[in-house]
Design a protein around this ligand. Structure first.
Ligand code: ZN
Length: 74
């Protein structure tokens, strides 16, 4: 088993159900996802995993993309 995030081979510690897909993530990528949701929540007052995050599937791996524009950290 390994984290399903692209280019990551860490051991998964979290399992998310996403659009009927089971996504296993390591601690780092789970926090990354939470961080993205957090930024959306700060900017738009609310954030929802299924509504605001797009899961791009790339050769059996995943990448999370915010559907809404969020400011990048400087
Ligand atoms: Zn990972």
């Amino acid at each position: 088993m390994r984290c399903m995030y692209v280019n990551c081979d860490s051991n998964p510690e979290y399992i998310l159900q996403f659009e009927g897909l089971q996504v296993m993530l390591c601690r780092k990528h789970y926090s990354k996802l939470l961080n993205t949701l957090n930024k959306i929540a700060i900017r738009y007052k609310k954030a929802c995993l299924s509504e605001d995050i797009l899961v791009k599937k790339i050769r059996g791996r995943v990448r999370f993309v915010s559907k809404k524009p969020i400011r990048k950290k400087r």
